[in-house]
Design a binder for this molecule. Structure first.
Ligand SMILES: Cc1cc2nc3c(=O)[nH]c(=O)nc-3n(C[C@H](O)[C@H](O)[C@H](O)COP(=O)(O)OP(=O)(O)OC[C@H]3O[C@@H](n4cnc5c(N)ncnc54)[C@H](O)[C@@H]3O)c2cc1C
Length: 472
């Protein structure tokens, strides 16, 4: 923002043949339009800008929103100063010529884009937000292009960049569907009244992923990194809509597993359709593009790794933790201890509403057995014999610890004390050691994890604390 303001006033005095405010008005529009490529690339699906900047995709969304709002303020200033200039010259006809009319329409579209996408509208009607955003973005970009010939380069770069991103995504969606072992047929299963699991077969047995170094920079095909997400479409439910879901399985399994929590739009419609079919497992054609995201540091180098998940947020943390355990096992087998501690403490904390939710990730939980500490916190239930103490449970106190028969995981009733868990582990480490915290859940849960990491960093002789969070 500082750079933008600086550019708006730099060397303005050199131009003395026009009123200063008019020169500034022109400059403001140039600087604003100069931010357009970054603003547009920040919502690209592919991770080019995330890799260059090191920012996660949700931070990119933040950048997109705030850059757009700053641009709106600048364009408003440009409009006001330019109108004032022509009115002060009593040259009103200049406000009616076609380029100015295009400018006014582009500005109106920009207003709708900026203020029609505020949080409460997105929460109220996400589909409406998406449609109006696309329509008005098209009008705004086209008419800004016609409004001022000097701005065309920035608009062309921004539009072409985003179009290439979207075209590559859609081409890959068709390639994935065409090349999948089932030609895009996916299995859907209702897990409970608010949850659906999807299995997408991706590669046939024996498929080995390409190992050439340059494949790192190409869109991933038939493979993915633990914790990445895809955009999933079921044309039978909503023809045009692609929704992001995290892949809750590892690439070695050859099939993508998604855990879908029912909301109010596409997911609700999907659940309705599945309920009408009298089968346990329903097969429907689906398409996806991706995978994207999961730009975390390798966890294998940390002395302690903590994983926190709330509800379906486990779709991110479960595969990431399992991948780490597999890596450790593999490297132990080879006796490879380069750039990693000889012993690592791994704790997995999962907060769920009901014990029934355990079935969502039961297969991965089984693979955790004996390899890491697993704590499951059940927040909306309590043990029958303690049911009279429900009140204290809702206040967040841990009521009871129960070891399951299998001893695979600990079940606690209540909310996890995230700050306490992080501090306990970080205090066991030396200042030169390191601890990583990965988390996924609702925005308040993620915020709590981030704040707890920050608090742990401030402790005396604290180790290095790395925090990676995702939220949805
Ligand atoms: C990176 C990422 C990973 C996700 N992983 C999972 C997962 O593993 N399991 C899961 O249940 N949910 C996941 N979600 C959330 C999931 O995308 C939404 O719940 C889903 O799109 C809701 O669809 P709907 O039409 O029923 O929602 P609506 O009821 O129409 O909207 C509910 C909310 O969902 C979000 N949303 C809706 N459509 C989109 C979209 N196209 N893009 C982004 N957000 C949208 C909006 O915040 C909206 O307010 C993830 C979201 C993101 C961004």
């Amino acid at each position: 923002m500082g750079v933008n303001v600086g550019f708006c006033f730099a060397q303005i005095d050199d131009l003395d043949y026009q009123p200063k405010y008019y020169v500034i008005s022109k400059r403001i529009s140039k600087v604003a339009i100069g931010s357009l490529p970054i603003m547009m690339f920040s919502v690209a699906k592919h991770d080019v800008l995330t890799y260059i900047s090191g920012l996660q995709h949700d931070r990119m969304e933040f950048l997109h929103k705030w850059l757009a709002r700053i641009m709106w303020v600048m364009i408003s200033a440009h409009l006001a100063l330019a109108i004032y200039y022509w009115l002060s010259l009593k040259f009103i006809i200049m406000l009616y010529i076609p380029p100015q009319i295009f400018g006014f329409i582009a500005y109106f579209s920009f207003c709708v884009l900026t203020w029609g996408s505020v949080k409460f509208i997105r929460e109220l009607a996400y589909d409406f937000f998406l449609v109006q955003h696309r329509v008005f973005a098209f009008i705004m970009l086209l008419l800004s292009f016609f409004h001022n010939g000097g701005n065309r380069a920035a608009i062309l770069i921004a539009v072409h960049g985003l179009v290439i991103d979207r075209v590559v995504s859609k081409v890959f969606a068709h390639i994935h569907a065409h090349k999948s072992p089932t030609k895009g047929r996916c299995e859907f299963k209702i897990l409970d009244e608010g949850t659906v699991s999807v299995t997408i077969p991706v590669c046939e047995a024996g498929y080995s992923k390409p190992k050439a170094w340059y494949t790192r920079f190409l869109p991933k095909y038939k493979t993915w990194k633990a914790g990445q997400h895809i955009y999933f479409n079921v044309s039978k439910i909503k023809f045009f809509q692609y929704h992001p879901f995290t892949i809750a399985s590892l690439a070695e399994s050859g099939e993508m597993k998604l855990l879908i929590r029912v909301q109010k739009g596409f997911t609700k419609q999907l659940m309705k359709n599945l309920e009408q079919v009298d089968h346990d497992v329903v097969t429907i054609k689906g398409m996806f593009h991706g995978p994207y995201g999961a730009t975390y540091q390798p966890f294998i180098g940390f002395d302690t790794c903590l994983f926190f998940a709330a509800g379906s947020g486990g779709a991110f943390t479960f595969p990431v933790c399992l991948d780490l355990l597999n890596q450790i096992e593999k490297r132990n087998d080879f006796g490879d201890y380069l750039f990693r501690p000889a012993t690592q403490t791994i704790r997995f904390v999962w907060s769920i509403k009901k014990t029934d939710n355990i079935c969502w990730f039961e297969d991965i939980l089984k693979q955790f057995a004996g390899r890491c500490i697993v704590d499951i916190y059940v927040t909306q239930e309590c043990k029958e014999e303690n049911s009279s103490s429900t009140e204290s449970n809702s206040k967040g106190s841990i009521m009871e610890i129960t070891k399951t028969l299998s001893n695979d995981y600990n079940i606690y009733y209540g909310r996890p004390d995230i700050e306490c868990i992080i501090q306990q582990h970080s205090q066991q480490l030396l200042p030169e050691q390191s601890i990583s915290v990965a988390s996924c859940g609702s925005p308040p849960f993620t915020k709590k994890v981030k704040e707890s990491c920050q608090a742990a960093r401030k402790l005396d002789k604290s180790p290095n604390v790395y925090c990676y969070t995702e939220s949805f």
